[in-house]
Design a protein around this ligand. Structure first.
Ligand SMILES: Cc1ncc(COP(=O)(O)O)c(C=O)c1O
Length: 504
């Protein structure tokens, strides 16, 4: 047991700048889940996330000589704001290196807290490398966002507060995991004093670096990291954090982006505050856990860890919340191409509300429709809907979990390409910033003809594009080595059913 942490947590200096945040019961969620759900409101910190605790504790422990050198970090997120505020409070110079792609709102938030912002590189890795260069050249002290004993101890003060604030039994504490600083600090304290409380890490399924590390018993570097929950988009769990996690974490649950969106809504319904995706992870984890275990009457704490979300991202979050909540199903249905068949199909759906209806002529005998239908998570599920349609003789495919159906096809016009031979389809993610789409197109060049293109700005940190390219036989490997050079994440989607049904 990492006992040396207990003393460090008890002695951590955080309250010069951080506040003791309240722990609230979430009444709607508790009622729905038949368990007592408690939210530890770290979104109410002065920088709208818990990160100020670790950053301040770390910076306040520096020697006079180190303070005089100034501090530096590479971060486009909550650590940047926490460190900037901590340094300002202690009168220390702070430099934050951010990728050039960082949204202006975050750059301004860090500047407003008195730090100098250096914009460098397109991606986080480049910003990180540059910050290390500045450490060597200028002698700044590097402040790690999670893999540091004092940072971990600062985050551990959350656990100290929870035990003080809530004296009834607690069954489990759910903690979002990025690099593992938050869960290591909380876990170390809880397991020392109340080992019966389960410590459950919650990760976004596309950045689940702790889960794989625990499974393989070594720190694995994920080859791809989804950046939807940007606060926890970390490719490898920290070294010290992993050492601690191995001893204090009972299990790790992973959740989807849609489940995170649904959790943002749950938190809103109970508190009227908005959590950022990483901030809502723990609630999404509780929902999964309760469903899996079928438990009732337990006391479950979620760390609501942050609220730094751009306003324009809420459009996407609210759109996906219904899917995450299992209150909407998306299906592809084939109906006869004849008068009255449309009406008959709608009659089959009965009183269920239709959220989306796209119709496309397929051939002289059949039409294919893309339909969104409201469902109920308990009494009228998507499985019930599919069974009903099948029973009525409609060929139906459930596309509710199909990313390109949800992200692109429901917003696209066009239908099948008449001469779309040799079309290969890719889905891309690239860092979003003004001019990013044009930049993407420039990189793509004119070598292969683009036969389909869909881009929609969600106000997210990254742009998502679905693209069809006409590639003569035998040139596919060449296309992919070219795409590798462009350096953005991509997935081939030519065999995706949603594409084949509606566009291919
Ligand atoms: C809002 C939010 N939640 C959770 C985390 C995860 O913390 P850690 O990297 O210590 O695991 C972060 C990290 O920055 C965060 O910003």
């Amino acid at each position: 047991m990492p006992q040396n942490y207990i003393r460090k947590i008890l002695e951590a200096r955080v309250y010069d700048v951080a506040v003791e945040t309240p722990i609230h019961e979430a009444p709607f969620l508790s009622e729905r889940l038949q368990n007592k759900v408690l939210l530890k409101r770290e979104d109410l910190q002065p920088v709208f996330s818990f990160k100020i605790r670790g950053a301040y504790n770390k910076v306040s422990q520096l020697t006079e000589a180190e303070r005089a050198r100034g501090v530096i970090a590479a971060s486009a997120g909550n650590h940047a704001q926490g460190l900037a505020l901590a340094a300002k409070h202690l009168g220390i110079k702070a430099v934050i290196v951010m990728p050039k792609t960082t949204p202006e709102i975050k750059v301004q938030a860090v500047r407003a807290r008195g730090a100098r912002v250096v914009l460098h590189g397109d991606a986080f890795d480049e910003a990180l490398a540059y910050s290390q260069k500045l450490v060597e050249e200028k002698g700044y002290v590097y402040i790690h966002p999670y893999d540091d004993v004092d940072t971990i101890a600062g985050q551990g003060t959350i656990a100290m507060e929870i035990l003080r604030q809530y004296s009834d039994p607690i069954d489990a504490i759910f903690v979002p995991v990025g690099g593992g600083g938050l869960i290591a600090g909380i876990g170390a304290y809880i397991k020392y004093l109340r080992p019966e409380i389960r410590i459950i890490g919650v990760e976004y399924e596309e950045s689940a670096c702790l889960k794989v590390a625990l499974e393989k018993n070594r720190r694995v570097v994920l080859s791809q990291v989804g950046i939807f929950a940007d606060g926890v988009a970390v490719a490898q769990i920290g070294k010290e954090t992993f050492r601690v996690c191995k001893q204090v974490v009972d299990e790790v649950i992973t959740v989807t982006a849609d489940e995170i969106c649904a959790a943002v809504k749950d938190i809103y319904d109970d508190t009227r505050s908005i959590a950022e995706p990483s901030g809502a992870l723990a609630v999404a984890g509780i929902k999964r856990y309760v469903e899996r275990e079928g438990i009732e009457g337990q006391s479950l704490v979620a760390i609501d860890s942050g609220a730094n979300v751009n306003f324009d991202r809420l459009r996407y979050i609210s759109e996906r919340a219904e899917l995450g909540e299992k209150r909407e199903a998306i299906v592809a249905v084939t109906i006869p191409e004849q008068p009255g068949s449309f009406r008959k199909f709608c009659q089959t759906l009965g009183k269920r509300a239709i959220t989306e209806f796209n119709y496309r002529y397929h051939d002289a005998s059949q039409a294919r429709i893309f339909v969104g239908v409201q469902t109920k998570p308990d009494s009228d599920t998507r499985e019930d809907l599919v069974a009903l349609l099948e029973q009525k003789g409609y060929p139906v495919e459930d596309l509710t979990d199909n990313e390109i159906a949800k992200l692109h096809i429901r917003h696209m016009g066009g239908g099948h390409a008449p001469n779309g031979e040799h079309e290969i389809v890719y889905r891309f993610e690239f860092p979003e910033r003004p001019g990013a789409l044009l930049n993407f197109l420039n990189k793509l060049g004119e070598r292969w003809n683009i036969s389909m293109f869909h881009y929609r700005n969600h106000g997210a940190a990254y742009g998502r594009v679905l693209i069809g390219m006409q590639v003569p036989k035998g040139e596919k490997a060449e296309v992919e080595s070219f795409l590798d050079l462009i350096g953005y994440h991509y997935w081939e989607e030519t065999n995706n059913r949603a594409y084949q049904l509606f566009l291919g």
